[in-house]
Design a protein around this ligand. Structure first.
Ligand code: PHB
Length: 391
């Protein structure tokens, strides 16, 4: 090869590198666009707001940057409507070119998000929706959850209610993934311990016409009732259960969403209810004390489990980003860092399972006044089985 030719090759290689370098550099230094796909209207609106508040609180505590990159937000109201979810998530990825997806609350919406995230390789952090499939058959290197699986609080309550000596239980919930899976988790533990689910009642999401079902509970006369409802629907269910005169005769239990972020509206009708969840209002966790003070100061509101999950979604993003020095293309390193991490959550520190779901204590709580008071740990370091996950 002639010297002149070598020189041309060298020059063009340098030129190509010069053209390519800024692009590679920009990917790990510019702003990070976070797509918040959450419900801002409907029965889960307050849940979406709490998640966003929690997420922003953590980012603001870091000076608005994670791994040195400024955080920018793009928001979509998903209306807890699975039929709009695929379009919504595609808009965030294609039109808005988000780097990270954070969402959602509703299990059906989250499953649509997980499908697109898996197909496109976009990083997804689920800050609430418990759909077992997200960290089961749909699990992926780029999909994480900062909240719980629907199975977790249900399973813990199955053990609690069996220990309390209840034998025959009726379940009541919305007919969709979250309700079905919460009841399935409950039933698995409850029947293993000798109990029997005698009737499974349901109504379509997000209906709140409970009257006919409450009449059926009254005529069935079970020892107790297990339920999954959340948000506005949970407020109405607890009030209707008391108004129907059932609260005195048939004890009501639930996954803790029944009474989290809802106590102001439920008032005395929620007093005394036992629920299971990965958070409570009176934990002796140092991180929780500072979190609650900062949250109340920033938003003039008391935090709830949703705020904690939003805060922890941002913490998880931060852990991953720091490990890859801001380069989100490095998915294997990102996942490896979270696999080794201990997340310093207000709920108490947790680790992340092989299928990317929190391994966490599930607490038994009881409503006292306006608080979900800690009774004890119902299930220590409960790990979702991650059935069907092949990573
Ligand atoms: C869900 O759809 O997975 C879901 C919704 C609201 C909750 C918990 C789970 O509070």
């Amino acid at each position: 090869m002639s010297n002149a030719f070598k020189k041309i090759i060298l020059q063009s290689t340098l030129l190509a590198a010069a053209v390519l370098l800024p692009a590679v550099h920009a990917q790990s230094t510019g702003k990070i666009k976070v797509g918040l796909m959450l419900p801002y209207t409907g029965t889960f609106a307050s849940l979406g707001n709490a998640i966003e508040n929690g997420f922003r609180l953590y980012v603001n505590e870091q000076g608005g940057k994670l791994a040195g990159r400024e955080i920018e937000y793009v928001k979509v109201d998903d209306e807890s409507d699975p039929s709009k979810a695929t379009d919504n998530v595609n808009k965030l990825i294609k039109r808005d070119a988000v780097d990270v997806l954070v969402g959602s609350v509703h299990s059906g919406v989250a499953m649509a998000m997980a499908k697109v995230a898996k197909e496109t390789g976009t990083l997804l952090i689920v800050p609430n929706a418990g759909a077992d499939a997200v960290t089961g058959p749909m699990c992926a290197q780029n999909i994480f959850r900062s909240s719980f699986s629907n199975w977790q609080p249900g399973y813990a309550m199955g053990e609690v209610m069996a220990k309390k000596g209840h034998k025959n239980v009726v379940t009541i919930t919305w007919k969709y993934a979250a309700g079905d899976e919460s009841v399935r988790g409950f039933k698995e533990a409850f029947e293993k311990s000798g109990g029997k689910v005698v009737k499974e009642l349901s109504l379509p999401f997000p209906n709140v016409e409970f009257q006919a079902l409450l009449t059926e509970i009254a005529t069935t006369k079970p020892d107790a009732v297990y339920t999954f409802f959340a948000g506005g629907g949970a407020v109405k269910f607890v009030k209707d259960y008391a108004a129907a005169g059932l609260k005195k005769s048939i004890p009501l239990y639930g996954a803790g969403f029944l009474t989290d972020g809802t106590l102001e509206a439920q008032g005395a009708d929620a007093e005394g209810l036992f629920t299971t969840l990965h958070y409570a209002d009176s934990l002796s966790v140092a991180k929780d004390k500072t979190f609650r003070l900062s949250y109340a100061k920033a938003f003039k509101l008391q935090p709830d489990v949703y705020a904690v999950q939003g805060y922890d979604a941002a913490q998880m993003l931060s852990v991953g980003l720091n490990a890859v020095k801001g380069d989100l293309n490095n998915k294997a390193e990102f996942a490896a860092a979270l696999g080794k991490a201990k997340i310093d959550s207000p709920r108490g520190a947790f680790t992340i399972s092989k299928s990317h779901n929190p391994v966490q204590d599930i607490y038994l709580r009881q409503v006292v006044g306006k608080e979900n008071k800690l009774v004890g740990v119902a299930s220590k370091s409960l790990t979702d089985p991650g059935r069907g996950c092949r990573m």
